[in-house]
Design a binder for this molecule. Structure first.
Ligand code: PAF
Length: 296
């Protein structure tokens, strides 16, 4: 834990000034000056705080960005209703040991509105999460690129729960030669397997129980994967179809190197992805599975 509340900054120049001073001071002292960025949209839960604790071990100055990025919300999505809980977030970040919070306004980030330059991420941006949210990933990549340029961190953390986001961010960093290391953070789960998400707060008690079908389907797929991809998919669908309140969007198995679906001939490590609506709440989850390990 840090002794002090994190310094909260809303302006890009203020943040840059703070980081330049911190780096310079630390260069002459015994404390290191490695900066770790934890990008978030706020409404922090235990999963985010775990990122911050991991981030403390990866560097010396932990900056958490809190910005509900309008570019990654579609016209029918809940941008205005997205929870904004800055005071509670800052209090939690003090406990978790963050040094600085960067919480810009939309005007600070996009002074010319939504008409400026965008990052375009290629075909994977239109699959899975991108299929139901057109433009979402380009908006996400654009703000992540901006945050990486503004903060200039040595390391930035991204959760494995948003597997497609993590894949696309890593690809952008490689394609644009951005000088940062992307550190994946493992999925944090409740004791019964439910992956932590800001959206879990919208689940009723019955929906919360039925939502366990997502992690259950991933476990079933993993157990059946020795029999190949089709066997894994069937096992997962059996688990999901048994729940009346769960409306499946997709369950798929992808090659972690390309993020494209694999066929039945695939062997080796793969990523199983699931998205479903539970009541009116859309949830996602994923797990690494080993397909047909004994068959080569
Ligand atoms: O994962 C999120 O919270 C957001 O997509 C991110 C990475 C902070 C960009 O807005």
């Amino acid at each position: 834990m840090t002794e002090h509340a994190p310094r909260v900054m809303h302006g890009i120049e203020e943040l840059r000034g703070f980081l330049a001073a911190e780096r310079a001071e630390r260069r002459t002292g015994t404390r290191g000056g490695r900066v770790v960025l934890v990008p978030t949209m706020g409404a922090l839960h235990a999963g985010h705080l775990e990122h911050v604790r991991r981030a403390r071990k990866l560097g010396d100055i932990v900056v958490v960005s809190i910005f509900v990025n309008p570019l990654q919300f579609g016209p029918t999505e809940d941008l205005d209703r997205y929870p904004r809980t800055l005071d509670a977030d800052v209090a939690a970040l003090r406990e978790a040991g963050a040094h600085a919070v960067f919480a810009p306004s939309a005007t600070e980030m996009y002074p010319d509105g939504e008409t400026g330059t965008r990052v375009t991420g290629g075909p994977v941006t239109r699959l899975f999460e991108g299929a139901s949210r057109p433009g979402h990933f380009d908006g996400m990549l654009t703000v992540v690129a901006k945050l990486l340029v503004i903060v200039a961190p040595d390391v930035a953390t991204f959760g494995r729960k948003d597997a497609q986001q993590l894949f696309l961010v890593r690809r952008m960093v490689r394609d644009l030669n951005l000088p940062v290391r992307i550190e994946p953070i493992e999925i944090v789960r409740e004791a019964d397997g439910l992956a932590l998400s800001s959206r879990n707060r919208y689940l009723s008690a019955e929906e919360r129980t039925q939502a366990l079908a997502l992690s259950g389907a991933l476990r079933a797929a993993s157990d059946a994967a020795a029999g190949g991809v089709t066997a894994a998919l069937e096992a997962a669908r059996g688990e999901l179809n048994a729940r009346a309140l769960v409306e499946l969007d997709y369950f798929t198995v992808v090659d972690p190197g390309t993020f494209l679906p694999v066929g039945d001939g695939y062997r080796g490590e793969a990523l199983a992805l699931v998205a479903a609506r539970v009541g009116s709440t859309r949830l996602i989850d994923n797990a690494t599975i080993t397909v047909a390990p004994g068959e080569h």
